[in-house]
Design a protein around this ligand. Structure first.
Ligand code: ADP
Ligand code: MG
Length: 226
């Protein structure tokens, strides 16, 4: 028992340290990005312009990874705010719409009006964006994502995000949510870890069903706020 406690304390120190390092590293990165942008205003050869574009993209990617770490290390507080889930779902779909269109993917949605939950607005939006992004990346190009949300008779809200993409084997499903598990060349494997963490904090859970080469369905279940 004592061992477990010490271990947890150590973990806290490590995650606090990681968070402060991440925080410190952000500032110089922002200034490098600023100078890169200034350089873009100069007269450049095509190659130089391409190198700077890639540098900025990669900086943004590093920034994204740091933000994911910071989100994971955030201190936990109890959810208190009542959220208009229906509009958060619509907003999340809007955010991802251009990425979907770029990959010739159609997002179909059917969301019940006036769904409410108690939780964290930005966090639940991040969960939805992460899962929709994964769905788009599983399809790669041309396909369909279906999103629906409804309150069940037992008061639980169920949000379904289905894709007809690559799907997963049973082995792959088992590994989901473990930090750093990713099958993508540029993946972080932190997206779903964060999703599980956030949904659990709001008293819910995620059920995943998938079939290789057929598609995947993420079912986010959350207690209704009303
Ligand atoms: P990342 O997207 O950075 O790889 P995630 O934690 O978001 O990390 O996802 C982990 C892995 O789970 C992905 O690399 C992919 O192999 C698998 N995965 C997640 N969502 C889907 C999906 N909708 N269809 C197929 N595989 C998926
Ligand atoms: Mg992801």
């Amino acid at each position: 028992m004592k061992q477990e406690l010490i271990l947890r304390e150590k973990m806290d120190v490590v995650s606090q340290l990681a968070a402060s390092v991440a925080h410190e590293v952000r500032n110089p990165m922002t200034s490098v990005r600023g100078f890169m942008q200034l350089m873009q205003n100069e007269r450049l050869t095509e190659k130089q312009d391409m190198y700077i574009n890639i540098s900025i993209e990669e900086l943004d990617r590093a920034q994204g990874i740091i933000n994911q770490y910071l989100d994971l290390a955030k201190p936990q507080t109890n959810p208190h705010e009542t959220i208009d889930l229906t509009s958060v779902i619509h907003q999340s779909i809007n955010v991802m719409q251009s990425y979907a269109v770029l990959n010739s993917i159609h997002i179909q949605h059917e969301v019940e009006p006036s769904l409410e939950i108690v939780g964290f607005k930005l966090e639940i939006q991040q969960v939805l964006i992460n899962i929709i992004k994964n769905a788009i990346e599983a399809i790669k190009s041309e396909g369909e994502i279906r999103i629906s949300a409804a309150k069940q008779s037992n008061g639980i809200i169920s949000i379904l995000i289905e894709d007809n993409g690559a799907g997963m084997t049973e082995d792959q499903i088992k590994k989901l949510g473990s930090p750093y598990y990713s099958t993508k060349e540029k993946g972080t494997g932190l997206g779903l870890t964060l999703c599980h963490h956030i949904v659990k904090q709001m008293g819910g859970h995620i059920i995943i069903k998938s079939e290789l080469n057929k598609g995947t369905c993420f079912n986010i279940k959350l207690p209704s706020g009303t």
